[in-house]
Each structure stands twice: as C-alpha cells, then as structure tokens.
Design a protein around this ligand. Structure first.
Ligand SMILES: Nc1ncnc2c1ncn2[C@@H]1O[C@H](COP(=O)(O)OP(=O)(O)OP(=O)(O)O)[C@@H](O)[C@H]1O
Ligand SMILES: [Mg+2]
Length: 492
C-alpha cells in the first residue's frame, strides 16, 4: 500500500523539557494504524504537531508527497487531515450543526443557509446516531458530544483522520457504530490514526500499531503479529503480570439508600449501597447513570424520593451538602466540571478540602504535601506540583480528578468513568486503590461504559435502561452478555 504520511525524527520540547525524542511515524493509504503508549508517552503531542497546533518542533512531515511542517492548522485541514481531539472542543451555546460547520457555514445570498446547514448535518449524523442538528451542544451528554466531534471530523472529507481516544466515553453500541464507519472509510481509501487505551479495540479495528514509550519510538508491528499483552508490554517496557482483582461485597450495613427517586427522566430508582461495597452501574449512553449520580450529589433535583446516608434521611440540595455528608463524585466530564484546567496540580488537589473547610487560606505546606503524595500514589507524570492541569496528558488529568476526591475523606464515592483515557498499567493501579478504599470501609459506586472494567471491579452490578433500573446481577452471573441483555432492554 502506498504511504500517505511520513513523520521523520520529530523532536518537541515544552518549557525546555524534551517530550518527543526523534519520533518516526508513517501511515499508509486506507489503513487504520494505532498509536499506543502509556499516559504521557507523547501520542497527542505527536498528532498536534502533525495538525499544526504546535509549530515549534524539529523534524520533517511529508503528506501526499509534500512537506507540510510549516503549515497552519487551517492549511493542514485543507490538505486533507482532520482530527478528533481527546478533549472535546465544542462551543456549548451553539447548535450541533453550527459546531460541525463552524466558520464554513453554507451561504445563500451572503447569509448563512441554516436550512442547508441543518440538512447537511442531519445527513452526516445519519451515519452515526440520531442527534438533532438544531439541539444546543450544552444540552447533550458527553457521549453525544463525542459523536458530534466525530461527525465534524467526517465533514471535512479528509484523507487522513486522527481519532484521539474516540471511544473513551462511548458504550458498546456506539463503539460498534464507529467501527462500521471506520471500515467504510478504509474502503474509500481514507487512512485512520487510532489512539486508544482499549487494547481490545485496537486488535479488532487496526491493521498496524506503532508503540511510543516516554517520547521515544519503539516499534511498529502488523496487528496480527502481536497480542494485547505484547502491546501492553511494549508500552511499559517490561513484563506485565496479571493481578487477580479483589472484589468487595461490603458488610450488611447500608451506607447509602436511594428510595423511589424520580424526575423527568429517572423512574422510581431504588437501591442500597453497602458499607465497603464496590457497586457497578452499567447501561448504554443515555440510560440515566450520570443523571442518577447527579441526583445523589445534589447537582440535579429529583421530583420525589429520598436519600439516606447511614440510615439517616438527608436533604442534599447542592454539592456542598453532599460533601458535608461525605459523599464524593468524580465526574466523567473532566474538562466541564472535573478540573480547573488553568490552575496548578496543587490547587486542584486541594480544591475539595478547601470547599469543605470553607477555608481559602489553607496551609501552603500542607497543600504541597498533599499534592506531592497524590503524584506519588498515582504516579502522575508531571514536572512539579505547580504545573498547570491543562499541560498534563489526558490520562494524567484523569488521575488528578480521582485523587482529589480520594484525598478528602469521603465515605461514599461515586466514580463516573474512573479510568477514562487511563493506560493499562495505571488502570491496574487505580483498581488497586479502589479495592483498598473498599477494604477500609468506604463505599464505592463505579459507573463505567467499559464492560471489562465493570467485570474486573464489582461484585454486584445494577443495570439501567431508559431512566430505570432494568436489573441487578450478582457474583458469577456478572458477564458481558447478561449486562447487555439488561442494558438494551431485550430482556423486558
Ligand atoms: N502544553 C504542554 N505544556 C507542557 N507539557 C506538555 C504539554 N502538552 C503535553 N505536555 C507533556 O508532554 C508529555 C506528552 O503528553 P501527551 O499529551 O502527548 O501524552 P499522551 O501520550 O497523549 O498521553 P495520554 O494517554 O494520557 O493522553 C507529557 O509529559 C505531558 O505532560
Ligand atoms: Mg493524549
């Protein structure tokens, strides 16, 4: 197959620290090639260099026989490269169609032709999932936002599409839809660069895989030559042993009771979380998992129902109330509400305890110790506690989201997509931490669209479907098939 892209000896530094050390990368026409590497290995940076977002670097980039390393992002887009970014880049106040055709709106008599724009958007989205082109982006859940990003990248009719963690917030059905689309694009000669920590997906959809480790090119292999375990070992540079995940059932004591909770969407939700239990909540996108978490955390007001914490009815009207009742919520949307991107690791690490103590003048030294400890425990790849969150790699940002909730001594923890974008090694560490917290008597709800994650971590799984709990699965009966039957409502 003919080579469409060559990146040669790419070097890149941030603030004097080199993060890419002469990386080579090539893509063939009509193939799907994966880039694999641990959090902070340099995958997103390499792709941001390719798309012109970073223009200070050394090395050569040849696309369709032409040097493009000096071009601007817009010029590169015109050459036929588009990218779905790891962090969503949509304008919340605008509609779906406006976001897709931003700055390229179809015109009629000098004015924006809304009818055509909405129609075009509708046709694009048809290939993915039904989303109203006129809906405001802020009213969409994170998975739908991701689908809008995918539609946007398609709208450029590019010859090369880069997908940086496209499925991190998608469930099985949408992922399958995306894979069908990738296959179709390949047939049309479009090349795809696919970045994901879900190695199973890479085995399924990619033709080749390039491995980066700590900013260094390691190797490129045909996908049939390597197993998932081989890829993981090439990423980390050592053998990985399979650890047996402990799964905690909890004691008999009820830590959290949710009674008859209903609102416009949620229908009569009832369940009990036991002390020391790790409870999985599964379901397709839009099933109501995050809405339920928001009710418990006081972000969303239910029309009726009660919540009890350790047997006492509580009235949670805001996140501050929830935190007072020692409930923590690590949200799935780290860019939207999980983190203060412009603030340092230290500030983010301490923010929850600041809210809780209402003390803005926390002790600086204490803050520093807490942040340092967090970096150690989670092995956050960073330069110092003063580094801004927005300059961390995606997976390392996720570690901060989690650790800040673990730092304040919450008794009940809701973790929404806790390992979104986290690499396989760090994922195991996070599971160990969750297990340890459960062992210490904390009660944990894990919401995850990744079925392997739910299987790995919970002894009991509640499955939601269209705002209702469609069933509960316990112990050995927890498997992908049983979850999917309940999640899709086939069993009803
Ligand atoms: N704007 C920036 N300023 C400073 N350092 C940065 C910046 N962007 C990335 N880095 C650093 O460069 C390194 C590579 O980051 P990059 O985001 O490319 O990793 P990644 O492989 O995409 O990781 P992940 O799997 O977590 O998304 C990291 O050490 C990161 O902290
Ligand atoms: Mg990245």
């Amino acid at each position: 197959m003919e080579t469409i892209l060559e990146m040669k000896k790419i070097h890149k530094s941030f603030f004097g620290v080199e993060v890419l050390h002469g990386v080579d990368f090539d893509v063939k026409k009509g193939e799907c090639i994966a880039i694999c590497g641990e959090n902070g290995a340099g995958k997103s940076t390499l792709m941001k260099i390719l798309t012109g977002i970073y223009n200070k670097f050394q090395g050569e980039i040849i696309f369709k026989g032409e040097n493009i390393e000096h071009l601007t992002p817009l010029e590169i887009q015109h050459k036929g490269i588009s990218m779905i970014h790891q962090e969503l880049n949509l304008l919340d106040e605008m509609t779906v169609a406006q976001n897709i055709y931003l700055c390229r709106e179809p015109k009629k008599n000098g004015l924006i032709d809304f009818k055509k724009m909405n129609n075009d958007a509708k046709n694009l989205l048809k290939r993915l999932e039904k989303i109203d082109p006129k809906a405001k982006v802020k009213d969409l859940g994170i998975a739908k936002k991701q689908i809008v990003e995918i539609a946007k990248s398609l709208s450029f009719n590019a010859d090369l599409i880069i997908m940086d963690e496209p499925t991190a917030v998608l469930t099985v059905n949408e992922t399958e839809m995306l894979f069908q689309l990738i296959k179709q694009l390949k047939v049309n000669g479009v090349a795809i660069v696919y970045i994901s920590h879900r190695l199973k997906e890479i085995k399924e959809i990619c033709d080749r895989v390039t491995i980066l480790r700590d900013g260094t090119y390691i190797t490129t292999k045909d996908i049939d030559q390597v197993s998932e375990k081989d890829i993981a070992e090439l990423m980390v540079g050592r053998e990985i042993e399979e650890v047996n995940q402990k799964k905690y059932k909890g004691s008999g004591k009820a830590a959290l009771e949710v009674r008859n909770i209903s609102d416009d969407f949620l229908k009569n939700i009832n369940f009990t979380l036991k002390e020391g239990e790790i409870l999985g909540i599964s379901g397709l996108v839009g099933a109501g998992r995050s809405e339920l978490a928001e009710v418990i955390f006081g972000v969303r007001k239910p029309k009726q129902g009660d919540i009890l914490v350790y047997g006492e009815p509580v009235n949670i009207k805001s996140p501050i109330d929830a935190i007072k009742h020692r409930i923590g919520f690590a949200t799935e949307d780290r860019k939207g509400s999980g983190l203060f991107l412009d603030r340092s690791i230290r500030d983010n690490a301490n923010i929850v305890s600041m809210l809780k103590n209402k003390n803005i003048f926390n002790n600086r030294k204490k803050e520093e110790i807490l942040a340092k400890n967090m970096i150690d425990v989670f092995r956050v790849k960073c330069q110092s506690t003063a580094q801004k969150i927005k300059n961390l790699s995606g997976g390392n940002q996720q570690k901060i989201v989690l650790s800040k909730w673990i730092a304040v001594s919450s008794k009940i923890l809701i973790l929404d997509e806790p390992t979104r974008g986290v690499d396989i090694g760090a994922r195991k560490e996070i599971y160990d931490i969750i297990n340890r917290l459960a062992e210490e008597g904390k009660s944990i709800i894990v919401i995850s669209s990744d079925l392997t994650e739910v299987l790995a971590i919970s002894q009991r799984v509640i499955v939601m479907h269209q705002g209702e709990i469609s069933g509960e699965i316990v112990g050995d009966n927890i498997n992908e098939e049983n979850i999917m039957v309940l999640a899709t409502g086939i069993g009803e």
